[in-house]
Design a protein around this ligand. Structure first.
Ligand code: PHE
Length: 351
């Protein structure tokens, strides 16, 4: 009897060892432990034995049962492991295959320059303010001390919107000064980047262009703050520590005194190089905010004063990045953009 059990055990062990799939292993399990399984039958036959033999035989069968169970478990693990690795092998992705061509978009140098200018002023504590492209006469002119008959209105070559009672395309970003003062009280420091429009078109003018306005109002602001702020800006923007910066007396109805800012450069027939070199290039207008502007905006001019500036973005971009034709910014030429544009990722790092 026990010999028979030993033989059965060996037989089953061999089957388990030879099994090559999980399905096969499962049929062996049924064959052994199923309702009419080989071991099940042995266990059933115990009832026919007398008590004393039953105990001993029962132990033996249980031992065999446990051994076979452990074997089945081990084999099950081996087979599933190898099935998984076979599957992985079969479904392997060929990572040596080259990718499809990836077209990276580029930022227009204008966008890049506005981001750079904004970053420098933000570091000095200026907040960004925005205003509408379609303005009214009051914000674009009157509140900036440019009354209706003022000759400066002619100089601005304004686009008026037909039948839209005095609506116009803003000729500069200075109206954002007025709009900011309607919402905020000084002390304040803001910059306002945006599009501006003048009916003017030649090699050095496009009807739409960009400016960045600046306004700083506080209790003890004087002209030296204006000069320091603008000089620091110019030197950081052009990345030249000793860049010559000159303030030349000028006139704007909304500042008094007013100045035009020039930076040093070297100029000959072929090229312009920013830095020392004896020549000058104009890059922005500025001045101390006119008391009349403060009065229009109901700011107490005996308490607060400050400075304002407005710079031309295209000019700065052309000088910094060696772009010679102003109109190319707006030609939507993809070849030009690939050459002069900026990677989005580069820009994010900068900001
Ligand atoms: N708005 C002026 C222009 O467009 C520039 C400027 C702004 C000058 C602020 C002084 C102060 O030319």
């Amino acid at each position: 009897m026990s010999e028979e059990l030993e033989n059965l055990e060996k037989q089953i062990e061999e089957k388990i060892t030879n099994a090559t799939t999980l399905d096969e292993l499962n049929s062996i399990r049924v064959e052994v432990f199923g309702k009419k399984g080989l071991i099940t039958n042995h266990l059933k036959s115990l009832t026919e034995l007398p008590e004393n033999e039953r105990k001993e035989k029962g132990k033996k069968i249980n031992n065999v049962k446990n051994k076979i169970n452990t074997l089945l478990q081990q084999k099950n693990k081996n087979l599933s492991d190898s099935e998984i690795s076979q599957k992985l092998q079969k479904e392997q992705v060929d990572i040596t295959l080259s990718t499809r061509p990836f077209e990276e978009g580029k930022l227009n140098p204008i966008t890049q320059t506005i981001a750079e200018v904004s970053t420098i002023f933000q570091k000095m504590g200026f907040e960004t303010a925005l205003g509408p492209d379609i303005e009214d006469d009051y914000h674009n002119f009157t509140a900036l001390n440019i009354p209706p008959e003022h000759p400066a209105r002619q100089l601005h070559d304004t686009f008026y919107l037909k039948g839209k009672n005095n609506k116009l395309l803003r000729t500069h970003t200075s109206p954002v000064q007025i709009r900011t003062l309607e919402k905020k009280k000084p002390p304040l420091k803001i910059i306002a980047p945006g599009r501006t429009y003048r009916a003017d078109s030649d090699i050095t003018h496009t009807p739409m262009f960009h400016q960045v306005e600046g306004l700083c109002l506080d209790k003890d602001i004087n002209m030296s703050h204006l000069k320091g702020c603008i000089m620091d800006f110019c030197r950081e923007f052009f990345e030249i520590n000793d860049l010559p910066v000159r303030f030349r007396p000028s006139f704007f109805p909304f500042t008094e005194p007013s100045a035009e800012v020039d930076i040093g450069c070297f100029k000959d027939k072929k090229k312009i190089k920013i830095g020392s070199g004896g020549s000058w290039l104009e890059i922005m207008g500025c001045g101390m905010v006119h008391t009349k502007v403060l009065k229009y905006s109901k700011v107490d001019a005996s308490k607060y004063q400050g400075f304002a500036f407005g710079l031309g973005v295209e000019r700065l971009a052309m000088l910094k990045y060696g772009i010679s034709d102003l109109r190319s910014f707006f030609d939507s030429d993809i070849k030009w953009l690939n050459n002069f544009g900026f990677s989005i990722f580069e820009n994010i790092e900068k900001i």
